[in-house]
Design a protein around this ligand. Sequence first.
Ligand code: RIB
Length: 310
Amino acid sequence: MAGRIVVIGSNMIDLVTYARRMPERGETLEAERFQSGFGGKGANQAVAAALLGSEVAMIGRVGDDDFATGTLANFVRHGIDATHVARVPGVASGVAPILVEPGGENRILIAPGANAHLLPEDLLPARGLVEGAALAIFQLEIRTATVLAGLEMARKAGVATLLNPAPAPDGPLPEGMLGLVDHLVLNQSELAILSGLAPDAEIDVIDAANGLLARGVGRVVVTLGARGARLVGPEGVAVIAPVPVTALDTTGAGDAFIGAFAHFLVSGSSLETALAAASRYAALSVTRPGTQSSYADRASFARFSAGAAG
Ligand code: RIB
């Protein structure tokens, strides 16, 4: 039987505006369309895995506003155990204003709100959820100290860990954090930043990933958008082929990839099979608008996969 996934991470309300182009500084520009929806990297990854059929639990914080009510209901609707997603009195829920250009590229601001109130000690009452999981997933939209505490708790219990270091940190990660990570899943600019370079630096992806292995990471998965992904581990390098699609909105595609990867991994797939499926799942998501609203359920993903194979 497939194991449970626990996500210790963020949730946001995404405020997505579709525009012909980005406004210049000081300019007011009329947008084509607006849509709000459920987002936040942690919640997105949890929802993607749940839609594919995994048993998922979420540990996080919401504010004491209407956004919180909607977010909690959204977890319940997807069958996600949100017992340890608590409301923080007097604090706003996390929100993310997002601008999307034609072609699907986006720019995202996050105002973490209640997400920043999940403290390391808040993980103690949820210890059972972490220790009973097959995989614990983390991102960096909550406090780094909480991520570190969760990684330590999972490692101590022998639970596999996945860190998506997004948004990329401003400074170095805490000493020893990377050594607690079994699967580090990141994009090229996050890889550059973790390697001590500028986000847009020209890097040799494989060299940089090997540098992270030397710092204690189990395996590195680098997502490269239209160029697919690379798995770099002690066994060497595997190329995960891209799945060509016409992108409408890339928001949350990285989270779709991680949620699907987690689902297939805990369901018993090999790393490469899980990553190939994750690549297809993320590709399908960019053909649809919105964040979680772009994520396929098991049946429509199966139909897409059958078409992609044919
Ligand atoms: O990765 C996409 C997500 O980043 C959005 O849902 C937004 O909320 C931000 O967390």
